[in-house]
Ligand binder design. Sequence first.
Ligand SMILES: *Cc1c(COP(=O)(O)O)cnc(C)c1O
Length: 405
Amino acid sequence: MDFRNYLHTHPDEKGYFGRFGGAYLPPELEPAFKEITEAYHSICHTTRFISELRRIRREFQGRPTPVYHCERLSRLNGGAQIYLKREDLNHTGAHKLNHCMGEGLLAQFMGKKKIIAETGAGQHGVALATAAAYFGLECEIYMGEVDIAKQAPNVTRMKMLGAKVVPVTHGLKTLKEAVDAAFEAYLRDYKNAIYCIGSVVGPHPFPMMVRDFQSVVGFEAREQFLEMTGELPNAICACVGGGSNAMGLFPAFLNDPVDIYGVEPLGRGPAQGDHAASMGYGSEGVMHGFNSIMLKDAEGNPAPVYSVASGLDYPSVGPEHAYLRDIGRVTYESADDAAAVDAFFKLSRYEGIIPALESSHAIAFALRKAREMKTGTILVNCSGRGDKDVDFIAEHYGYGEDHKY
Ligand SMILES: *Cc1c(COP(=O)(O)O)cnc(C)c1O
């Protein structure tokens, strides 16, 4: 398949990547999503929008983020050379701001006054609250009461940035209820507000929009890698929760002779409820308004999921990933909690980079793959920094004293 025109031809005008994606919406929400789709097409490809977003990326976010050769880690690991795309150095410490700034700028161009979203672990909420502060927009973040208690530092950050955190108190009081509450709020206020999703998931146009805003990661990385080494990497990889940092990295390399890997969280193991490897163990189904591969319980509802990395525990995956696997272009693998924690310590101790536990899954896979490859290069998307995870790791796993060098 020729991927040169891929970003312009995928998804199709209804929002499908092959048979995955689409927009399964209650009729009352259809006009709101149609408005966003039309605005995206008419605004986001204009020179004014693109040049303003470029300026923001450079001056506010600190882009381009570097590509870094992990020489010591590669030597101690053995095999292929490991490189990182340093999204942990993006402002706020993760890749999520890439699409939040795009969505915020779109809101501004559309004349909206408010942005609405849900958050689970709080990472999306913080990135969006940052964008809202930058653009002077009101920001309303729906969050389950259980998550609010668990993620106190992120709740504080959101409030500090001027966002209103709305506790969701019904059902299990976690992400699923927060999604429903955010949709309801958006429905009440869509003339005035725009809804902003946290990954390449949800109804069309969000998987496309978030991918397009994230794709700066791969386009930068490809050029940087070529300049550093004179060649393309042999392989690239990224962790996959919803799949946005992966869809940031992959598109620039689709038409190249480069092996591409998405890495899902295998948690404590393959039993239901112990992991969140949707592609590995799921089946086709519609959830949260789009058709993709999802983990289902016996009744066909979204199954309970778990990962040591709370940003990865989502029971479905972006529809474009389902498509890219179907056509055989991307391979999906997994790394479990233990491998991710080991990679977390290794990168910290051998390179002086503390990665997010989410990113540690991609690094764990890269370590395994590099040994298998023996020579060549592998580029990993280091999607975020691990400051948010150090207290949890210290409490449950110690300080990594056994990782001597
Ligand atoms: C949220 C998050 C992820 C998972 O989200 P994707 O949409 O799968 O990229 C990965 N890494 C970090 C650092 C995150 O905050």
